[in-house]
Design a protein around this ligand. Sequence first.
Ligand code: PGA
Length: 275
Amino acid sequence: MDIIVKNDYEELSKYTAGIIARTVRSKPDCVLGLATGSTPIGTYKELIRLHKEGGLDFSQVRTFNLDEYYGVGIDLEKPYEADQSYARFMYEELFRHINIRQENIHIPDGLTPSPEEFCAWYEQEIRNCGGIDLQLLGIGGDGHWAFNEPGSSLGSRTRLQALTQQTLDDNYESFYKKAGIDRADMPHFAITMGIGTILEARNIIMIANGVRKADVVAKSIEGPVTSQITASAIQLHSGGITVVLDRGAASKLKGLEHYIYVEKIKRQFGFEPAD
Ligand code: PGA
């Protein structure tokens, strides 16, 4: 596991976008797993800049988003007129600014009348595309990956999941309050990729920003692997793992000094690509 500690959110975002950009350049038809939330916004901004100023080409890239609220959704032909769906978030924060093809975008359908069938289809579609090359992940205040709330099996697959109070509170503060939506009207369920699904991605980048995440980051990386902190499944992943943190999010890691040392000597010996 590579643990990279950056000075601030801007550096974290640039570094993360750099990893994604290298993946796109080395495999133009790569399959990216994408995340929503406030943390990846800076990464998406940087990817947009790399597209506009550096010609980063998304024309063959395929994407699968981690999750979507259940009971909300959008008409993909008119994505900007939608509500607080994650689909709308993705269009506004990334997709409409880059040259990705609409048919290559996959986001769980928050309006499906049969979630079970839809979830099976989503899993199959990931397989049909050859699996996810690089999965971007945040970490929730309750330690979740995507909407795999505490108690989710570490082998879980894409499914409908009830949200915890903490997730509802976090999302209310980050998104719904600003949109003037009443707390009671927020969706209480989501369709989410499972932890088992996520662990099949060939490479994983987990990002976290701010001291508010320090506890849960330390628990996920250094604590026991547990379904109570589903991001702790990162310790089970067999492929490439990069955790990118700012100083605040890294502040409770017991092994912080060691991780910084490892990054330094890896760079020194040419293992780590330059920023
Ligand atoms: P955040 O959410 O980026 O808004 O903190 C992260 C998550 O819930 O995965």
